[in-house]
Design a protein around this ligand. Structure first.
Ligand code: NAD
Length: 456
């Protein structure tokens, strides 16, 4: 532990970031900017090559910053996982999707842990950043890492000593004579947020041992302004799931209210603006066509997975998830009602979607409700096109391949119906309103009322 702390205080440690996507690359860049040597690991040769050529693929990172940290060799990327042994700390940022049965797909974390167990050197600090269910770090990761240490040449001496002594095999990882330290620190990054980014978003950290917590705090403090330490990895894991479930439940609530308000002829947006004048006890959430992204729609399934093991039924979260799953279907009803008012059917109508990203000003369409709406409405015979300034092409869940078209007065006018699915700031409300013949605005982009404007 002493030698690692010395390295940290002299800024001579090497940090490995495993998984260089929306979360991992900004984190790697942040540490490199703090003057720490960083090795980025990814399975994708394309991403690794791009980084090593200083080519940025994450919108929240400035191109010049990536070029600078690659240019001064603070950040290098590799697909060679044997280089894990060069690292003093490993931060894991791999995907945590669902499998086809909507169960947690832990294969990415598992594969990262196997590579770590087989290649790390003794005295390494490991922190998982991926969103997952509580208990993952201790009950899922630790045994995999320990099992794979058995084939790690750098651990053979320690293993021999442990089996000769009364220590349980690898039990040192939990005790004072630790051979490595394991922690969980959820990533909270909010892509597209111009005020809060990786560095100035407070970070929660929980480690298995007090030593792990101390090391983690010292490492993360270099790249993160404010840390909040908790007593264990499972508290930190639950924090992340709570934050995301809180959003899920509140967005579901406001979506349900919006559907009712629509039926009653009440403008939900006006209601929210008034409600948010209350200085306490109310936080504004805004309705939309459904929840998207890699986190919020998926996380309840992670929580459900562990809740089942405790024979616990998450009824509130179930209901919230159910409302959201239905939202794209309700949106299709809205679109068909709007077309009906122009004496048109969905079948054969030309429908232009504005925005396929799941939220404004980002280039991420994962789990986007726009894609679900497009799939449903295509099956009903509509002729679909879309424009998204950040996403030039997209594939829907039903393998429909689409290319973004230009947004011009002509393309707007040519559509029987224009559906606003994402509120990108680049959308010019006035221009859309001037040229579209019929608008279904699911994001309150068009502020003025009109006979040809249908709102959520
Ligand atoms: N994107 C967000 O806004 C966000 C925010 C907070 C938390 N998270 C969580 O962070 C985690 C990562 O999400 P992301 O959006 O960065 O995903 P991503 O898909 O953008 O990036 C993951 C990267 O990991 C790589 N990868 C996959 N398996 C690997 C392995 N075994 N070894 C090395 N690299 C591997 C992939 O090639 C990819 O580049 C997820 O658990 C997610 O839920 C994401």
């Amino acid at each position: 532990m002493k030698s690692l702390l010395q390295k940290i205080s002299s800024n001579t440690e090497t940090i490995g970031v495993i998984g260089l996507g929306y979360v991992g690359l900004p984190l790697a860049v942040n540490f490199a900017q703090a003057g720490v040597r960083v090795i980025g690991f990814d399975k994708s040769q394309t991403k690794v090559d791009k980084i090593n050529h200083g080519e940025n693929y994450i919108k929240d990172i400035r191109d010049a910053v990536l070029r600078e940290v690659v240019g001064n060799i603070k950040l290098t990327a590799t697909t060679d996982f044997t280089r894990i042994k060069e690292c003093d700390a490993l931060l894991i940022c791999v995907p945590t999707p669902l499998d086809k049965f909507r169960k947690p797909d832990m294969s990415y974390i598992e594969s990262a842990c196997i590579a770590i167990g087989q290649n790390m050197k003794p005295g390494t600090f490991i922190s998982l950043e991926s969103t997952t269910y509580p208990t993952t770090t201790e009950d899922f990761m630790l045994p995999i890492i320990e099992e794979n240490l058995k084939t790690n040449p750098l651990f053979q001496e320690i293993l021999a000593e442990q089996s000769a002594s009364s220590l349980p095999p690898f039990g040192g990882s939990r005790g004072a004579s630790a051979t490595f330290w394991l922690a969980y620190s959820p990533e909270r990054v909010d892509p597209g947020n111009t005020s809060f980014h990786t560095k100035n978003t407070p970070k929660v950290l929980g480690a298995i041992t007090p030593e792990g917590l101390e090391i983690g705090e010292k490492i993360y403090s270099k790249a993160i302004d404010q840390l909040h330490l908790v007593s264990s990895p499972k508290v930190a894991e639950m924090v992340k799931i709570l934050e995301n479930t809180y959003r899920l439940v509140n967005i579901s609530l406001i979506n349900e209210m919006a559907l009712l308000a629509g039926k009653m002829g009440i403008d939900i947006w006006e209601v929210i603006e008034a409600a948010r004048t209350k200085p306490f006890g109310f936080q504004a959430f805004y309705p939309g066509p459904g929840i998207g992204g890699h986190c919020i729609p998926l996380d309840p399934f992670y929580l459900e997975h562990i809740a089942k093991k405790y024979d616990f039924d998450l009824s509130m979260i179930h209901t919230a998830g159910h409302i959201n799953m239905r939202m794209p279907h309700y949106m299709v009803i809205k679109i068909s009602a709007a077309l009906n008012s122009h004496k048109k059917s969905v079948n054969g109508s030309k429908i232009l979607f504005l925005g396929v990203a799941y939220k404004p000003n980002i280039d991420d369409a994962r789990e986007s409700p726009a894609l679900e709406i497009i799939d449903i409405i295509t099956k009903k015979g509509a002729v679909i096109s879309y424009h998204d300034p950040y996403i030039p092409s997209v594939e829907t869940g039903h393998a429909l391949s689409l290319q973004s078209i230009e947004l011009t007065p002509e393309t707007l006018h040519a559509a029987d119906c224009v559906v606003i699915t994402t509120n990108h700031s680049a959308f010019d409300a006035e221009m859309i309103q001037q040229h579209a013949r019929l608008i279904v605005d699911l994001r309150n982009v068009i502020k003025e009322a009109g006979d040809n404007i249908f709102k959520l």
